[in-house]
Design a protein around this ligand. Structure first.
Ligand SMILES: Nc1ncnc2c1ncn2[C@@H]1O[C@H](COP(=O)(O)OP(=O)(O)OP(=O)(O)O)[C@@H](O)[C@H]1O
Ligand SMILES: [Mg+2]
Length: 149
């Protein structure tokens, strides 16, 4: 059985699906992360993974149209960061296929289909929950500040 870790802090940022809010989500993440004594690399990894998820909600979820994105962050007592990026956009038909490296539904050649691969590489765990017509939630989990030295 999974033991539930106590949440010591949390925050929720809600914003419209506008490309200028990608940088807002990155700044929000780095400010929240500071309390966990992160390395420079951890900050950059988290910002990068979160902006991939937020970009996906803007570009794919809402297809560039109106919509609201929720960025929820929680920090557990053992300094594990749990991030949820949620949209109420078009959803994903096949979440397994969507996570395949280089898979993209984008046709104008602007996307490389590597967003989920980047999110996976820069975190400890990524999970995607989605319902066509309802929306998508991407959960990213990453242990912070656990240096060996
Ligand atoms: N929030 C979302 N809502 C709807 N579809 C999504 C969402 N996120 C991802 N997808 C689907 O999953 C596919 C793969 O996403 P991924 O981020 O890996 O690649 P990409 O966005 O197409 O390209 P890149 O991220 O490299 O620019 C997308 O092309 C899209 O079809
Ligand atoms: Mg993407």
């Amino acid at each position: 059985m999974k033991s539930k870790k106590r949440i010591v802090n949390s925050a929720l940022l809600t914003f419209p699906a506008l490309s200028q809010n990608e940088s807002l989500s990155r700044s929000f993440m780095s400010v929240f992360l500071m309390q966990a004594n992160p390395t420079v690399e951890e900050i950059s990894d988290v910002k990068c993974a979160v902006s991939e998820a937020v970009t996906n909600s803007i570009v794919h979820g809402y297809r560039g149209g109106d919509g609201v994105i929720k960025l929820r962050v929680r920090l557990t007592e053992d300094m594990t960061l749990i991030i949820d990026v949620t949209d109420r956009g078009c959803g994903i038909e096949d979440v397994v296929k969507a996570q395949t490296p280089q898979f993209t539904t984008n046709t104008d050649g602007e996307r490389s289909g590597m967003g989920f691969t980047v999110m996976k590489a820069f975190t400890d765990k990524m999970s995607v929950y989605s319902k066509p017509g309802k929306g998508t939630r991407v959960r990213l989990v990453k242990a912070i500040g656990r240096r060996d030295t």
